[in-house]
Design a protein around this ligand. Structure first.
Ligand code: SAH
Ligand code: SF4
Ligand code: F3S
Length: 441
Protein backbone atom coordinates (compact mmCIF):
# COMPACT_ATOMS: atom_id res chain seq x y z
CA UNK A 1 0.00 0.00 0.00
CA UNK A 2 1.22 3.51 -0.78
CA UNK A 3 0.89 6.24 1.83
CA UNK A 4 -2.11 8.52 1.23
CA UNK A 5 -1.40 11.80 -0.49
CA UNK A 6 -1.75 14.84 1.73
CA UNK A 7 -3.84 17.92 1.05
CA UNK A 8 -3.37 21.29 2.72
CA UNK A 9 -6.10 23.89 2.20
CA UNK A 10 -5.89 27.48 3.38
CA UNK A 11 -9.17 29.37 3.34
CA UNK A 12 -9.63 33.13 3.03
CA UNK A 13 -12.75 35.29 2.85
CA UNK A 14 -16.34 34.48 3.69
CA UNK A 15 -18.15 31.45 5.10
CA UNK A 16 -18.99 30.26 1.60
CA UNK A 17 -15.30 29.65 1.09
CA UNK A 18 -15.22 27.66 4.33
CA UNK A 19 -18.04 25.50 2.99
CA UNK A 20 -16.39 25.17 -0.41
CA UNK A 21 -13.08 24.13 1.16
CA UNK A 22 -14.87 21.30 2.96
CA UNK A 23 -16.42 20.18 -0.35
CA UNK A 24 -13.05 20.34 -2.14
CA UNK A 25 -11.45 18.24 0.60
CA UNK A 26 -14.23 15.69 0.14
CA UNK A 27 -13.86 15.67 -3.65
CA UNK A 28 -10.10 15.11 -3.41
CA UNK A 29 -10.66 12.62 -0.58
CA UNK A 30 -12.19 10.45 -3.31
CA UNK A 31 -8.83 10.65 -5.12
CA UNK A 32 -6.96 9.33 -2.08
CA UNK A 33 -6.07 12.61 -0.35
CA UNK A 34 -6.22 13.09 3.40
CA UNK A 35 -6.10 16.55 4.91
CA UNK A 36 -3.10 17.86 6.78
CA UNK A 37 -2.67 21.04 8.81
CA UNK A 38 1.03 21.20 7.92
CA UNK A 39 1.79 22.78 4.54
CA UNK A 40 5.35 21.35 4.58
CA UNK A 41 4.11 17.76 4.38
CA UNK A 42 1.49 18.32 1.67
CA UNK A 43 1.44 16.85 -1.84
CA UNK A 44 -1.19 19.37 -2.85
CA UNK A 45 -1.71 22.87 -1.49
CA UNK A 46 -4.89 24.76 -2.30
CA UNK A 47 -5.43 28.41 -1.47
CA UNK A 48 -9.15 29.15 -1.44
CA UNK A 49 -9.02 32.87 -2.01
CA UNK A 50 -11.04 36.07 -1.61
CA UNK A 51 -11.13 39.04 -3.97
CA UNK A 52 -13.39 41.37 -2.03
CA UNK A 53 -10.71 43.92 -1.07
CA UNK A 54 -7.30 44.58 -2.56
CA UNK A 55 -5.51 43.42 0.60
CA UNK A 56 -7.30 40.08 0.52
CA UNK A 57 -6.21 39.47 -3.07
CA UNK A 58 -2.61 40.58 -2.55
CA UNK A 59 -2.21 38.26 0.45
CA UNK A 60 -2.53 35.35 -1.95
CA UNK A 61 0.56 36.33 -3.92
CA UNK A 62 2.71 36.76 -0.84
CA UNK A 63 1.51 33.37 0.42
CA UNK A 64 2.36 31.79 -2.95
CA UNK A 65 5.84 33.31 -2.73
CA UNK A 66 6.28 31.71 0.70
CA UNK A 67 5.04 28.32 -0.50
CA UNK A 68 7.08 28.12 -3.68
CA UNK A 69 10.36 26.89 -2.06
CA UNK A 70 8.48 23.83 -0.75
CA UNK A 71 8.55 22.56 -4.31
CA UNK A 72 12.33 22.11 -4.15
CA UNK A 73 11.92 19.97 -1.02
CA UNK A 74 9.03 17.97 -2.53
CA UNK A 75 9.20 17.95 -6.36
CA UNK A 76 5.79 16.22 -6.48
CA UNK A 77 4.07 19.09 -4.68
CA UNK A 78 1.25 20.74 -6.65
CA UNK A 79 0.01 24.23 -5.80
CA UNK A 80 -3.48 25.39 -6.69
CA UNK A 81 -5.46 28.61 -6.40
CA UNK A 82 -9.24 28.33 -5.98
CA UNK A 83 -11.93 30.84 -5.03
CA UNK A 84 -12.67 34.38 -6.09
CA UNK A 85 -9.12 35.48 -7.00
CA UNK A 86 -8.92 32.43 -9.27
CA UNK A 87 -12.18 33.48 -10.93
CA UNK A 88 -11.20 37.13 -11.25
CA UNK A 89 -7.60 36.76 -12.39
CA UNK A 90 -7.52 33.31 -14.03
CA UNK A 91 -4.43 32.69 -16.11
CA UNK A 92 -2.79 35.88 -14.88
CA UNK A 93 -2.07 34.05 -11.60
CA UNK A 94 0.13 31.48 -13.35
CA UNK A 95 1.91 34.27 -15.18
CA UNK A 96 2.63 36.14 -11.97
CA UNK A 97 3.58 33.02 -10.04
CA UNK A 98 4.75 30.16 -12.29
CA UNK A 99 4.86 27.78 -9.30
CA UNK A 100 1.05 27.61 -9.54
CA UNK A 101 -0.14 24.40 -11.24
CA UNK A 102 -3.88 24.77 -10.91
CA UNK A 103 -6.39 27.63 -11.08
CA UNK A 104 -10.02 26.76 -10.40
CA UNK A 105 -12.99 29.12 -10.07
CA UNK A 106 -15.80 28.60 -7.52
CA UNK A 107 -18.23 27.12 -10.05
CA UNK A 108 -15.88 24.39 -11.27
CA UNK A 109 -14.93 22.55 -8.07
CA UNK A 110 -16.69 19.36 -9.15
CA UNK A 111 -14.09 19.09 -11.92
CA UNK A 112 -11.20 18.99 -9.41
CA UNK A 113 -10.62 15.20 -9.63
CA UNK A 114 -10.10 15.37 -13.42
CA UNK A 115 -7.90 18.42 -13.02
CA UNK A 116 -5.83 16.66 -10.38
CA UNK A 117 -5.25 13.75 -12.75
CA UNK A 118 -3.88 16.17 -15.36
CA UNK A 119 -1.51 17.70 -12.80
CA UNK A 120 -0.14 14.25 -12.04
CA UNK A 121 0.74 13.93 -15.72
CA UNK A 122 2.82 17.05 -15.47
CA UNK A 123 0.30 19.40 -17.05
CA UNK A 124 -1.14 22.60 -15.64
CA UNK A 125 -4.90 23.01 -15.26
CA UNK A 126 -7.12 26.08 -15.52
CA UNK A 127 -10.91 26.18 -15.22
CA UNK A 128 -12.84 29.37 -14.56
CA UNK A 129 -16.01 28.44 -16.47
CA UNK A 130 -19.55 28.90 -15.28
CA UNK A 131 -20.59 25.39 -16.36
CA UNK A 132 -24.26 24.47 -16.79
CA UNK A 133 -24.10 21.35 -14.60
CA UNK A 134 -24.89 21.60 -10.87
CA UNK A 135 -21.56 21.46 -9.07
CA UNK A 136 -23.17 20.58 -5.73
CA UNK A 137 -24.96 17.61 -7.27
CA UNK A 138 -21.78 16.47 -9.01
CA UNK A 139 -19.85 16.72 -5.74
CA UNK A 140 -22.22 14.70 -3.64
CA UNK A 141 -19.60 12.53 -2.02
CA UNK A 142 -21.03 11.14 1.20
CA UNK A 143 -18.31 10.79 3.80
CA UNK A 144 -19.72 9.48 7.03
CA UNK A 145 -17.20 11.14 9.37
CA UNK A 146 -18.54 12.86 12.50
CA UNK A 147 -18.85 16.59 12.22
CA UNK A 148 -18.54 19.49 14.64
CA UNK A 149 -21.96 20.46 16.04
CA UNK A 150 -22.24 23.59 13.91
CA UNK A 151 -22.06 23.41 10.11
CA UNK A 152 -22.49 25.63 7.07
CA UNK A 153 -24.74 24.68 4.19
CA UNK A 154 -24.71 26.71 0.98
CA UNK A 155 -28.22 27.09 -0.43
CA UNK A 156 -27.76 30.01 -2.79
CA UNK A 157 -24.83 31.37 -4.71
CA UNK A 158 -24.01 34.40 -6.79
CA UNK A 159 -25.53 37.83 -6.92
CA UNK A 160 -27.48 39.93 -9.42
CA UNK A 161 -27.43 43.15 -7.42
CA UNK A 162 -24.23 44.73 -8.71
CA UNK A 163 -23.48 47.13 -5.89
CA UNK A 164 -21.08 49.64 -7.41
CA UNK A 165 -18.14 48.61 -5.17
CA UNK A 166 -18.47 44.83 -5.23
CA UNK A 167 -16.74 42.01 -7.14
CA UNK A 168 -19.07 39.20 -6.04
CA UNK A 169 -21.40 39.29 -9.09
CA UNK A 170 -18.29 38.84 -11.26
CA UNK A 171 -16.50 36.20 -9.18
CA UNK A 172 -19.50 34.09 -8.16
CA UNK A 173 -21.71 34.70 -11.14
CA UNK A 174 -25.48 35.06 -11.39
CA UNK A 175 -27.76 34.23 -8.51
CA UNK A 176 -28.69 30.53 -8.31
CA UNK A 177 -30.67 28.62 -5.64
CA UNK A 178 -30.31 24.93 -4.89
CA UNK A 179 -33.48 22.83 -4.97
CA UNK A 180 -35.24 22.29 -1.63
CA UNK A 181 -34.93 18.48 -1.62
CA UNK A 182 -31.16 18.64 -2.08
CA UNK A 183 -30.80 21.08 0.78
CA UNK A 184 -32.98 18.94 3.06
CA UNK A 185 -31.04 15.77 2.13
CA UNK A 186 -27.75 17.44 2.92
CA UNK A 187 -29.14 18.79 6.20
CA UNK A 188 -30.35 15.33 7.27
CA UNK A 189 -26.96 13.89 6.39
CA UNK A 190 -25.24 16.55 8.50
CA UNK A 191 -27.54 15.84 11.44
CA UNK A 192 -26.81 12.10 11.15
CA UNK A 193 -23.13 13.03 11.49
CA UNK A 194 -23.60 14.96 14.73
CA UNK A 195 -24.55 18.44 13.52
CA UNK A 196 -27.06 20.33 15.67
CA UNK A 197 -26.85 23.79 14.15
CA UNK A 198 -26.92 24.68 10.48
CA UNK A 199 -26.13 28.10 9.04
CA UNK A 200 -27.63 28.45 5.58
CA UNK A 201 -25.28 30.36 3.32
CA UNK A 202 -25.71 32.55 0.29
CA UNK A 203 -24.32 35.86 -0.95
CA UNK A 204 -27.95 36.93 -0.94
CA UNK A 205 -29.39 34.12 1.07
CA UNK A 206 -32.78 35.72 1.64
CA UNK A 207 -33.28 35.96 -2.13
CA UNK A 208 -33.39 32.15 -2.04
CA UNK A 209 -36.03 30.72 -4.40
CA UNK A 210 -35.19 27.04 -4.80
CA UNK A 211 -37.52 24.64 -6.58
CA UNK A 212 -39.71 22.61 -4.23
CA UNK A 213 -40.52 18.91 -4.80
CA UNK A 214 -43.75 19.98 -6.57
CA UNK A 215 -41.84 22.18 -9.00
CA UNK A 216 -43.00 25.38 -7.29
CA UNK A 217 -40.36 27.79 -6.00
CA UNK A 218 -40.02 28.15 -2.24
CA UNK A 219 -38.79 31.12 -0.24
CA UNK A 220 -36.05 31.03 2.37
CA UNK A 221 -38.72 31.10 5.09
CA UNK A 222 -40.40 28.02 3.60
CA UNK A 223 -37.04 26.26 3.50
CA UNK A 224 -36.41 27.17 7.14
CA UNK A 225 -39.80 25.78 8.16
CA UNK A 226 -38.99 22.51 6.38
CA UNK A 227 -35.64 22.33 8.19
CA UNK A 228 -37.44 23.04 11.44
CA UNK A 229 -39.11 19.61 11.08
CA UNK A 230 -35.81 17.70 11.04
CA UNK A 231 -35.40 15.79 14.31
CA UNK A 232 -32.02 16.33 15.92
CA UNK A 233 -31.44 19.66 14.19
CA UNK A 234 -31.77 22.23 16.96
CA UNK A 235 -30.68 25.54 15.52
CA UNK A 236 -31.04 27.29 12.19
CA UNK A 237 -29.27 30.47 11.08
CA UNK A 238 -28.74 32.14 7.72
CA UNK A 239 -26.35 34.67 6.24
CA UNK A 240 -25.92 37.08 4.39
CA UNK A 241 -29.18 38.90 3.79
CA UNK A 242 -29.96 41.92 1.67
CA UNK A 243 -32.45 44.47 3.05
CA UNK A 244 -34.44 44.44 -0.21
CA UNK A 245 -35.12 40.71 0.03
CA UNK A 246 -36.38 40.67 3.61
CA UNK A 247 -39.89 39.35 2.91
CA UNK A 248 -42.76 39.20 5.42
CA UNK A 249 -42.69 35.41 5.71
CA UNK A 250 -39.03 35.56 6.82
CA UNK A 251 -39.77 38.23 9.41
CA UNK A 252 -42.67 36.11 10.64
CA UNK A 253 -40.40 33.05 10.83
CA UNK A 254 -38.23 35.05 13.23
CA UNK A 255 -41.31 35.40 15.40
CA UNK A 256 -42.76 31.91 15.06
CA UNK A 257 -40.15 29.35 14.04
CA UNK A 258 -38.78 27.67 17.19
CA UNK A 259 -35.41 26.62 15.78
CA UNK A 260 -34.61 29.88 13.97
CA UNK A 261 -32.11 31.78 16.13
CA UNK A 262 -32.63 35.44 17.12
CA UNK A 263 -29.71 36.80 15.14
CA UNK A 264 -29.72 38.63 11.82
CA UNK A 265 -26.85 39.93 9.73
CA UNK A 266 -28.35 42.68 7.59
CA UNK A 267 -25.70 44.86 5.93
CA UNK A 268 -26.69 48.41 5.02
CA UNK A 269 -23.22 49.76 4.00
CA UNK A 270 -24.00 53.46 4.56
CA UNK A 271 -26.47 55.74 6.33
CA UNK A 272 -26.42 58.41 3.61
CA UNK A 273 -29.11 58.18 0.95
CA UNK A 274 -26.91 59.99 -1.53
CA UNK A 275 -24.14 57.42 -1.07
CA UNK A 276 -26.57 54.49 -1.01
CA UNK A 277 -27.82 55.61 -4.37
CA UNK A 278 -24.29 55.90 -5.74
CA UNK A 279 -23.63 52.42 -4.34
CA UNK A 280 -26.63 51.11 -6.31
CA UNK A 281 -28.12 49.67 -3.13
CA UNK A 282 -31.74 50.54 -4.03
CA UNK A 283 -32.80 51.10 -0.44
CA UNK A 284 -32.63 54.22 1.73
CA UNK A 285 -31.50 54.68 5.30
CA UNK A 286 -35.11 55.33 6.24
CA UNK A 287 -36.45 52.17 4.54
CA UNK A 288 -33.74 50.17 6.34
CA UNK A 289 -34.67 51.64 9.72
CA UNK A 290 -38.37 50.88 9.08
CA UNK A 291 -37.44 47.33 8.21
CA UNK A 292 -35.46 46.98 11.44
CA UNK A 293 -38.51 48.23 13.34
CA UNK A 294 -40.68 45.54 11.77
CA UNK A 295 -38.12 42.84 12.50
CA UNK A 296 -37.83 43.95 16.12
CA UNK A 297 -41.60 44.07 16.48
CA UNK A 298 -41.67 40.42 15.40
CA UNK A 299 -38.71 39.35 17.55
CA UNK A 300 -37.86 42.00 20.16
CA UNK A 301 -34.68 40.32 21.45
CA UNK A 302 -33.14 39.76 18.01
CA UNK A 303 -29.46 40.67 17.82
CA UNK A 304 -28.59 42.63 14.71
CA UNK A 305 -25.32 42.85 12.89
CA UNK A 306 -24.27 44.74 9.79
CA UNK A 307 -21.53 45.70 7.36
CA UNK A 308 -20.33 49.23 6.59
CA UNK A 309 -18.04 50.73 4.00
CA UNK A 310 -16.35 54.02 4.87
CA UNK A 311 -14.58 56.29 2.41
CA UNK A 312 -16.73 55.23 -0.55
CA UNK A 313 -15.98 57.58 -3.49
CA UNK A 314 -17.47 61.05 -2.99
CA UNK A 315 -18.36 60.36 0.69
CA UNK A 316 -18.36 63.66 2.58
CA UNK A 317 -18.14 64.25 6.32
CA UNK A 318 -21.92 64.79 6.31
CA UNK A 319 -22.49 61.44 4.55
CA UNK A 320 -20.24 59.74 7.06
CA UNK A 321 -22.06 61.42 9.94
CA UNK A 322 -25.33 60.01 8.56
CA UNK A 323 -23.78 56.53 8.81
CA UNK A 324 -22.81 57.13 12.45
CA UNK A 325 -26.37 58.36 13.11
CA UNK A 326 -27.85 55.22 11.58
CA UNK A 327 -25.59 53.05 13.74
CA UNK A 328 -26.71 55.04 16.80
CA UNK A 329 -30.34 54.41 16.01
CA UNK A 330 -29.99 50.70 15.24
CA UNK A 331 -27.71 49.63 18.10
CA UNK A 332 -25.79 46.67 16.65
CA UNK A 333 -24.66 43.61 18.54
CA UNK A 334 -21.94 43.12 15.98
CA UNK A 335 -20.87 45.18 12.99
CA UNK A 336 -18.08 44.96 10.49
CA UNK A 337 -16.64 48.07 8.91
CA UNK A 338 -14.26 48.25 6.00
CA UNK A 339 -12.35 51.01 4.33
CA UNK A 340 -13.47 51.22 0.71
CA UNK A 341 -11.10 49.30 -1.53
CA UNK A 342 -11.02 50.04 -5.25
CA UNK A 343 -11.86 46.94 -7.26
CA UNK A 344 -10.87 47.02 -10.93
CA UNK A 345 -13.84 46.59 -13.23
CA UNK A 346 -16.47 47.83 -10.77
CA UNK A 347 -18.29 51.12 -11.50
CA UNK A 348 -17.08 52.90 -8.34
CA UNK A 349 -13.44 52.36 -9.29
CA UNK A 350 -13.74 55.18 -11.84
CA UNK A 351 -14.96 57.80 -9.38
CA UNK A 352 -13.34 60.48 -7.22
CA UNK A 353 -11.67 58.68 -4.33
CA UNK A 354 -11.74 59.94 -0.76
CA UNK A 355 -8.38 61.00 0.69
CA UNK A 356 -6.92 57.79 2.22
CA UNK A 357 -5.96 59.50 5.49
CA UNK A 358 -9.47 60.85 5.87
CA UNK A 359 -10.87 57.37 5.16
CA UNK A 360 -8.55 55.90 7.84
CA UNK A 361 -9.75 58.46 10.35
CA UNK A 362 -13.39 57.64 9.56
CA UNK A 363 -12.69 53.95 9.92
CA UNK A 364 -11.32 54.53 13.40
CA UNK A 365 -14.32 56.62 14.38
CA UNK A 366 -16.86 54.09 13.12
CA UNK A 367 -15.02 51.24 14.78
CA UNK A 368 -14.95 53.05 18.12
CA UNK A 369 -18.73 53.50 17.97
CA UNK A 370 -19.35 49.91 16.92
CA UNK A 371 -17.09 48.51 19.65
CA UNK A 372 -18.87 50.60 22.23
CA UNK A 373 -22.30 49.30 21.12
CA UNK A 374 -21.04 45.75 20.98
CA UNK A 375 -19.66 45.93 24.48
CA UNK A 376 -22.76 47.58 25.90
CA UNK A 377 -24.92 44.80 24.48
CA UNK A 378 -22.56 42.19 25.92
CA UNK A 379 -22.73 43.90 29.33
CA UNK A 380 -26.51 43.88 29.17
CA UNK A 381 -26.34 40.10 28.84
CA UNK A 382 -24.91 39.75 32.35
CA UNK A 383 -27.45 38.08 34.64
CA UNK A 384 -29.44 36.71 31.71
CA UNK A 385 -30.18 33.05 31.14
CA UNK A 386 -29.26 31.73 27.71
CA UNK A 387 -28.71 28.35 26.12
CA UNK A 388 -25.27 27.52 24.78
CA UNK A 389 -24.46 25.04 22.04
CA UNK A 390 -21.21 23.57 23.36
CA UNK A 391 -18.62 23.51 20.55
CA UNK A 392 -15.23 22.78 22.08
CA UNK A 393 -13.06 22.58 25.18
CA UNK A 394 -11.85 25.90 26.59
CA UNK A 395 -8.34 26.93 27.47
CA UNK A 396 -8.68 25.96 31.13
CA UNK A 397 -9.39 22.64 32.75
CA UNK A 398 -13.11 21.91 32.97
CA UNK A 399 -13.97 24.87 30.76
CA UNK A 400 -16.16 24.52 27.67
CA UNK A 401 -16.88 27.08 24.98
CA UNK A 402 -19.91 27.52 22.77
CA UNK A 403 -22.38 29.98 21.31
CA UNK A 404 -25.54 31.47 22.72
CA UNK A 405 -28.69 31.95 20.67
CA UNK A 406 -27.36 35.44 19.94
CA UNK A 407 -24.08 34.09 18.58
CA UNK A 408 -22.10 35.40 21.54
CA UNK A 409 -19.10 33.23 22.39
CA UNK A 410 -19.67 31.92 25.93
CA UNK A 411 -17.12 30.30 28.28
CA UNK A 412 -18.47 27.98 30.96
CA UNK A 413 -16.16 27.04 33.84
CA UNK A 414 -16.62 23.74 35.70
CA UNK A 415 -18.78 22.53 32.84
CA UNK A 416 -20.06 18.96 32.83
CA UNK A 417 -21.61 19.09 29.36
CA UNK A 418 -20.22 17.42 26.25
CA UNK A 419 -19.56 18.88 22.81
CA UNK A 420 -22.89 19.09 20.99
CA UNK A 421 -24.98 19.58 24.15
CA UNK A 422 -27.23 22.58 24.43
CA UNK A 423 -26.80 23.85 27.93
CA UNK A 424 -28.84 26.32 30.01
CA UNK A 425 -26.44 28.83 31.60
CA UNK A 426 -26.49 32.17 33.38
CA UNK A 427 -24.18 34.89 32.08
CA UNK A 428 -21.92 36.16 34.87
CA UNK A 429 -19.46 38.44 33.17
CA UNK A 430 -18.83 40.28 29.92
CA UNK A 431 -15.25 40.05 28.73
CA UNK A 432 -13.79 41.82 25.70
CA UNK A 433 -14.77 39.33 23.05
CA UNK A 434 -16.78 36.77 24.94
CA UNK A 435 -19.08 36.15 27.89
CA UNK A 436 -18.49 34.04 30.98
CA UNK A 437 -21.31 31.89 32.35
CA UNK A 438 -22.17 29.29 34.94
CA UNK A 439 -24.14 26.16 34.31
CA UNK A 440 -27.71 26.15 35.60
CA UNK A 441 -29.15 22.99 37.02
N1 SAH B 1 -23.54 39.73 -0.01
C1 SAH B 1 -23.27 40.42 1.13
C2 SAH B 1 -21.81 40.66 1.47
C3 SAH B 1 -20.79 40.67 0.43
S1 SAH B 1 -19.14 41.03 0.83
C4 SAH B 1 -24.06 41.70 1.11
O1 SAH B 1 -24.64 42.06 0.14
O2 SAH B 1 -24.11 42.34 2.12
C5 SAH B 1 -19.06 41.41 2.52
C6 SAH B 1 -18.85 42.85 2.82
O3 SAH B 1 -17.64 43.32 2.30
C7 SAH B 1 -19.90 43.77 2.23
O4 SAH B 1 -21.06 43.77 2.98
C8 SAH B 1 -19.18 45.09 2.23
O5 SAH B 1 -19.39 45.77 3.43
C9 SAH B 1 -17.72 44.70 2.12
N2 SAH B 1 -17.18 45.06 0.81
C10 SAH B 1 -17.57 44.59 -0.40
N3 SAH B 1 -16.86 45.19 -1.39
C11 SAH B 1 -16.00 46.06 -0.79
C12 SAH B 1 -15.02 46.98 -1.27
N4 SAH B 1 -14.78 47.14 -2.56
N5 SAH B 1 -14.33 47.70 -0.36
C13 SAH B 1 -14.57 47.56 0.96
N6 SAH B 1 -15.48 46.72 1.47
C14 SAH B 1 -16.20 45.97 0.61
FE1 SF4 C 1 -21.90 42.46 -3.37
FE2 SF4 C 1 -24.04 43.98 -3.26
FE3 SF4 C 1 -24.24 41.49 -4.18
FE4 SF4 C 1 -23.78 41.93 -1.61
S1 SF4 C 1 -25.63 42.53 -2.72
S2 SF4 C 1 -22.74 40.46 -2.90
S3 SF4 C 1 -22.49 43.73 -1.61
S4 SF4 C 1 -23.14 43.16 -5.12
FE1 F3S D 1 -14.45 36.97 -0.79
FE2 F3S D 1 -15.53 35.64 -2.75
FE3 F3S D 1 -16.54 35.46 -0.35
S1 F3S D 1 -14.70 37.66 -2.87
S2 F3S D 1 -16.13 37.46 0.51
S3 F3S D 1 -14.56 34.79 -0.93
S4 F3S D 1 -17.66 35.48 -2.24
Amino acid sequence: MTAPKKLFIKTYGCQMNVYDSERMAEALGGEGYVETKVAEEADMILLNTCHIREKAAEKVYSELGRLKPLKTVNPDLKIGVAGCVAQAEGEEIMRRQPAVDLVVGPQSYHRLPQMEARLRQGEKALDTDFPPEDKFEEMRARPKARRAPSAFLTVQEGCDKFCAFCVVPYTRGAEVSRPVTRVLDEARDLVARGVREITLLGQNVNAYHGLGPDGVEQSLAQLIWALNDIDGLERIRFTTSHPNDMQDDLIEAHRDCPKLMPYLHLPVQSGSDRILKRMNRSHTAESYLRLIERIRAARPDILLSGDFIVGFPEETEADFQATLDLIESVNYGYAYSFKYSTRPGTPAAERAQVDPEEADARLQRIQALITQQQQNIQKEMVGRDVRVLVEKKGRFDGQMVGKSEYLHAVHIDGCTAAIGDILPVRITEAKRNSLAAIQRT
